[in-house]
Design a protein around this ligand. Structure first.
Ligand SMILES: [Zn+2]
Length: 318
C-alpha cells in the first residue's frame, strides 16, 4: 500500500512486516500494528490533516523475501527508497514473555566492540568489521523518538547492536538505511504457546505510535529536520565518546593496549562524523545552512575526540 508523496513522489519510506509466521507475537503483532498504522495514515491523508511530501509505503510479505523483492524488482524505484523500518514481534507483554522492546541499530561500532550498556540480544550477532559500518542519522533519530514515547507511556525502550535476520537486512545490503523494531527474547517464541494472551495492546500502541510519528517526520523532512538531527547527533557523539573513554580507561587499567582503545574511540568519532554528514540527504539541493552546521558540528566532535584520546595517552603513562 502506498500514499504517494505530493512533492517528491519518487522518494519513499518503506515499512515492512512479515506475514508467514503463525504466532501471535511472531508476527501477527507486526502485521496488525502496521495495519493500524496504515489505517491511521489513510485517515490523516483523507482528512488532509498532514502533508505527505514523500511517498509512504507499507509492505506485508514473506520475511526477507518480500523486502528483497521490493528492492530488486525495480532498480529505479529502489534508488528512491530512503529509509526502511521493519516490524517483527512488536506487541509483547514482556511481564509474561520476558525480554524487552528493542531497536536494532544500523551497524555502528557497538557491533564491533560490544561493551558498557550495549548488549546483544539472546539472538546474538557476528562481530562486524569497520568496513561493515553504516553511519547514518536514522539510529539516533528513531531511538530518540521511541524514548520520548517511552517516557510518556512509562515503557522500556532499549537498543541492540546490529544482528540481522529479519526484513531490515535486504535494505542494508542494498545500502539503504534500515532498522528493526522488535522484542527479544520471548520464551514462547516459535512454539505453539505464542498466542494472543502473550500480547499487550499497550505495547502495540506504543510501537505503532512512535513508528508512525517517526515516519511522518521522515517523509516531510526538510532543512529544519536536518539542523535538528545535526545537533542531536553532536550531543549523542559527545556522550558516546565520553562513555567509551571511561570504558577505555578501565580497559587499559586491566591490561588492554592503548592502541586498541584508541581505535575504538576513533571508530566512534569516524562513525559520527559520517552520520552527521548524512543529514544532507533530506534536501535535494546543496544547502549552505546545513553544510555550515555539518562542518561546525563535525569540528566540535573531532575536537572532543582528540582531547579524550590525548587524555587516554597521559592516563596510561601514569
Ligand atoms: Zn519473525
Amino acid at each position: 500500500a502506498d500514499i504517494k508523496g505530493s512533492e517528491l513522489p519518487n522518494e519513499r519510506l518503506v515499512y515492512s512486516a512479515h506475514v508467514q509466521e503463525p504466532g501471535a507475537n511472531d508476527n501477527a503483532t507486526g502485521v496488525g500494528t502496521q495495519l493500524e498504522m496504515a489505517k491511521t495514515t489513510a485517515k490523516l491523508f483523507g482528512e488532509n490533516k498532514i502533508a505527505f511530501k514523500r511517498t509512504m509505503t507499507f509492505l506485508w510479505g514473506d520475511e526477507i523475501v518480500s523486502t528483497n523483492r521490493y528492492i530488486q524488482e525495480n532498480p529505479e524505484r529502489a534508488k528512491g527508497i530512503k529509509w526502511g523500518i521493519s516490524l517483527d514481534m512488536v506487541g509483547e507483554n514482556t511481564a509474561v514473555t520476558g525480554g524487552t522492546f528493542l531497536i536494532e541499530k544500523m551497524p555502528d561500532p557497538s557491533a564491533i566492540w560490544t561493551r558498557g550498556n550495549d548488549k546483544h540480544s539472546a539472538w546474538g550477532g557476528d562481530v562486524l568489521k569497520l568496513e561493515n559500518m553504516k553511519p547514518h542519522y536514522l539510529n539516533d533519530f528513531i531511538t530518540s523518538t521511541f524514548k520520548e514515547q517511552g517516557e510518556f507511556a512509562n515503557w522500556v525502550v532499549e537498543t541492540n547492536p546490529f544482528e540481522g535476520g529479519s526484513d531490515h537486512t535486504p535494505f542494508l545490503q542494498a545500502d539503504i538505511p534500515g532498522l528493526l523494531l522488535w522484542h527479544f527474547t520471548d520464551q514462547f517464541y516459535h512454539t505453539d504457546n505464542d498466542r494472543i494472551d502473550k500480547v499487550s495492546k499497550e505495547t502495540m500502541k506504543n510501537v505503532g505510535t512512535a513508528a508512525l510519528v517517526s515516519g511522518l517526520t521522515l517523509v516531510n523532512s526538510n532543512t529544519a529536520f536536518a539542523l535538528e538531527q545535526i545537533s542531536l547527533l553532536e550531543q549523542k557523539a559527545i556522550d558516546r565518546l565520553q562513555t567509551e573513554f571511561q570504558l577505555s580507561v578501565n580497559a587499559i587499567n586491566t591490561g588492554n593496549t592503548i592502541e586498541n582503545e584508541k581505535a575504538i574511540l576513533e571508530a566512534w568519532e569516524d562513525w559520527y562524523l559520517k552520520a552527521i554528514s548524512t543529514t544532507n540527504d533530506v534536501v535535494s539541493k546543496s544547502n549552505g545552512n546545513i553544510n555550515d552546521a555539518i562542518k561546525e558540528s563535525q569540528s566540535r566532535v573531532s575536537l572532543k575526540s582528540q582531547e579524550l584520546i590525548k587524555k587516554l595517552n597521559t592516563s596510561s603513562k601514569n
